[in-house]
Design a protein around this ligand. Sequence first.
Ligand SMILES: [Zn+2]
Ligand SMILES: [Zn+2]
Length: 291
Amino acid sequence: MNESCLPEHKQQTGYADLHTHTTASDGLLTPSELVKKAAGEGFRAIGIADHDSIDGIAEASDASQRYGIEVVPAVELNTQIGNQEIHLLGYYIQTDLVWFRDFLSNIRHSRLLRARKIVDNLRRIYGMDISYEDVENEAKDGIIARPHIARVLVKKKIVSDMSEAYTKYIGNNCPAFQPRYKLTPEEGIKIITQAGGIPVLAHPGLLPDMKLVYYVIGLGLKGIEAWHSRHTPGQSRLFVQMAQKYGLIATGGSDYHGNDEAGGIRLGDAKVPYSVVCELKESARQIMHKK
Ligand SMILES: [Zn+2]
Ligand SMILES: [Zn+2]
């Protein structure tokens, strides 16, 4: 427990952006670059929440010593009900658990296999001149997923835009489609908790139906991402009220991916007071205590 979280120290000043991505998943900045940037912009803490990966956390923690900022270790898991994706954040997951690392690498491996199968299908069914290497080049070092395949199809002028790629070739009901490895929100919450982490519903405002939010809350959620760069102020207020009503921690973060082009999401576009970091730490301590 960080002493600065004790109320009598009254040091709960400063801000944290609790949702960012690095090159360990689909972000553009390395963990060190991101930590340096966050420190330079005056943040007291930064949450590293890569998709299906905790590989960036060790580097980020090292860098945090150099730049005088605190790193909040996290992960973002992609879960699904029917065709609806539900993203879960896991804060303060333990990063030294072999089974948890294996679990995450299995998910990443199954994604790669899936992308390979879709490319094979496109070649076999439509005789398309595309290779898996084309898709890898498109994804650079990040995770390989359908958007990268769609972009290759656009570049090769097989389709005129991304949406045509989905409607004609790689969408859910197309012949070349390959289902993904599926994790239910229930399983996601269980795994995060078993790894000592705090399960938080990511960007609930992006879900099409509030029923899904209530459903996931009912599964044993501990927090809800009330502030997110794509939430309206009204949505944030609503999720803060829900957090109070259901006894959840209201978290927040930008979902920054390192691309600073005009109109893009910037670091700190959604942030929370440092006291939220203290709430997460306290909750993680209780989870560890129960184990
Ligand atoms: Zn997400
Ligand atoms: Zn994210």
